[in-house]
Write a protein that binds this ligand. Structure first.
Ligand SMILES: C[S@@+](CC[C@H](N)C(=O)[O-])C[C@H]1O[C@@H](n2cnc3c(N)ncnc32)[C@H](O)[C@@H]1O
Length: 535
């Protein structure tokens, strides 16, 4: 049987594909393991999509070269890899070695390689799964790699991880296929000794799989055990245990390994949610109303949403459901002057503009000049003429706009991104505690700088896609201490309060800010605070 039949692409297989619960106890016991299936390559795009497609918001920064450059080809000259495993391996080497973004790299490589849909699905699965589970994979592989990983060439290490991922997490891939393909790649790129070692390690791992279970993990603390079991760095899990307690920290870890589902936001000027659902259903997509966002539609089984007439004609925008809450919390009225300080690629800008019925003005600012066009393109696709895209450091916006000139200011701040680990798993391995501290300093500076632009009686919304207290609650509390002219506002849309309560994200102690965790609705981890400038 061909591998394409073993690992079905998301569109065909729905929830099938990735760990249909473990033959093997080494795989994590999370919901992800039970139901996880990564989106088909090219399946979801736009805001922060972890899949490899390109569309609207996320549109390629384009500069990533094809995966053929990564890895060590015997010939020494780059060429397009032929199999999904070769392609995935090249991307893994490139992400680990050169710090490339997995989603951009994969997107570019898949475009270049022209794989079949099934093979593209397999390559996508291998890239995300291997990065996601690399610590757990290394923990078990360490038993069988006698010389340790440091002695291995990077591509051999990645090949072992990628193959171990298939053995331990992808039940639909026969062991012989995973091992034989790995050996073939090792022969092609290395020498007899390497392929023999790869064969030996993988076969030993397969024989010992019954021993690779959570109880066999030796860890010095509960946090370290969680970190090994769910594949995270110790320092991060320790922070989450401290901030949220052990149980919630484990749920965060498990949810971070889940595959995200797709979701779209309906443009009310072009369609009702029911009409959009009907159109998506006609395309064979499993679309349903979002339990979280009033304009949101979830798509559990989907194809390439960017390649639909509804997207091209501005009926919908790909956006995570948590992200959709932010503009709803801003709740701008038609005719207002609204400033979106960190706006690219324009997901929230366009939502604000839609909520304003295309009346008034949304100033959509971003630091990077090349991102301005993304905002313009999205606005134009959606028929929005009330957006003006500008380029500036948000810290300097007070040079452009008069103090107190805005009815509403949104600071969707750059952040550590720990709420979107499902989409960008390399975040786990690349961010450090020092990065969190540094980004918190920037957020503080930006919040300070843009708050003066809010008019008395106006609204300031601060949001991030992270779950770090120092970037979220502590940031807001610190700001309020220094700015008595602002106060938290609990006047949020009723539907959002209800959804947050249902999930346990807020309780009767709700003060005017909320932290949504990825396990609540299977959407991104997001923090939102609504502040009012006293009149
Ligand atoms: C979280 S993303 C914004 C996502 C966007 N709000 C959306 O919904 O599509 C943060 C953005 O902040 C921008 N950025 C980072 N530092 C900035 C600064 N000092 N001033 C303005 N923009 C900045 C980045 O280029 C990035 O596009």
């Amino acid at each position: 049987m061909s591998e394409q039949k073993q690992v079905k692409p998301a569109q065909a297989a729905g929830k099938a594909g990735r760990p249909q619960q473990q033959k093997n106890s080494a795989a994590p016991s999370s919901k992800a393991a039970a139901q996880g299936r990564r989106p088909q390559a090219g399946g979801k795009s736009g805001n922060k999509s972890r899949s490899a497609g390109s569309a609207g918001g996320q549109a390629s920064s384009g500069s990533n070269r094809a995966a053929g450059q990564a890895g060590a080809h015997k010939s020494g000259s780059p060429r397009a890899p032929r199999t999904p495993r070769e392609l995935a391996l090249d991307i893994l080497v490139s992400v680990a070695g050169a710090g490339a973004y997995s989603n951009l790299k994969l997107n570019q490589a898949l475009q270049d390689a022209q794989l079949s849909r099934a093979d593209a699905g397999l390559a996508t699965e291998l890239v995300y799964g291997t990065i996601q589970y690399q610590r757990t994979l290394d923990y078990w592989l360490g038993r069988f790699v006698a010389k340790g990983f440091n002695k291995l060439q990077p591509w051999v290490h990645q090949l072992l991880r990628m193959s171990a991922y298939q053995l331990l997490y992808l039940d639909r891939i026969p062991v012989h296929a995973a091992v034989n393909e790995a050996v073939a790649i090792a022969k092609k790129r290395g020498h007899q000794g390497i392929s023999g070692m790869v064969n030996g390690v993988l076969r030993s791992m397969d024989r010992s799989r019954a021993e690779l279970e959570p109880s066999a993990i030796k860890a010095g603390s509960p946090a370290e055990k969680l970190a090994i079991l769910h594949s995270y760095p110790d320092w991060l899990v320790k922070r989450w245990v401290l901030a949220y307690g052990e149980q919630t920290a484990e749920a965060i870890c498990a949810a971070g390994n889940d595959s995200p589902h797709a979701s779209v936001r309906v443009n009310p000027a072009r369609a009702t949610r029911a009409e959009a659902i009907d159109q998506l259903a006609e395309l064979g997509l499993d679309a349903d109303v979002s339990p979280l966002a009033s304009a949101g539609i979830t798509i559990r089984r989907g194809g390439n949403l960017a390649d639909t007439a509804g997207f091209r004609e501005g009926l919908w925008t790909m956006q995570d459901e948590s992200s959709m809450l932010v503009a709803e919390v801003v709740a701008p009225a038609a005719g207002m002057q609204v400033l979106d300080c960190c706006a690219a690629p324009g997901g929230k800008t366009t939502h604000l503009a839609e909520l304003m019925g295309n009346k008034g003005k949304v100033w959509a600012n971003d630091l990077h000049p090349h991102k301005r066009q993304l905002i313009i393109d999205q606005s134009s696709r959606l028929g929005l003429t009330n957006v003006e895209a500008i380029t500036s450091d948000a810290a300097q916006l007070s040079e452009r706009f008069a103090s107190g000139s805005m009815d509403a200011v949104l600071l969707d701040a750059p952040c550590s991104g720990f709420g979107v680990i499902r989409r960008k798993p390399e975040i786990k391995w690349t961010k450090t505690a020092a990065d969190v501290a540094a980004i918190a300093d920037i957020q503080r500076e930006l919040l300070e700088a843009v708050s003066g632009l809010v008019k008395p009686g106006g609204v300031l919304v601060y949001s991030t896609c992270t779950i770090e207290r120092s970037e979220n609650e502590e940031q807001v509390e610190h700001f309020l201490q220094a700015h008595p002219e602002f106060e938290l506002d609990r006047n949020w849309p009723e539907s959002i309060l209800h959804a947050l309560q249902e999930a346990g994200a807020i309780d009767e102690g709700f003060k005017g800010y909320a932290q949504l965790l990825p396990q609540h609705y299977g959407s991104d981890g997001f923090f939102i605070a609504r502040l009012l400038r006293r009149a």
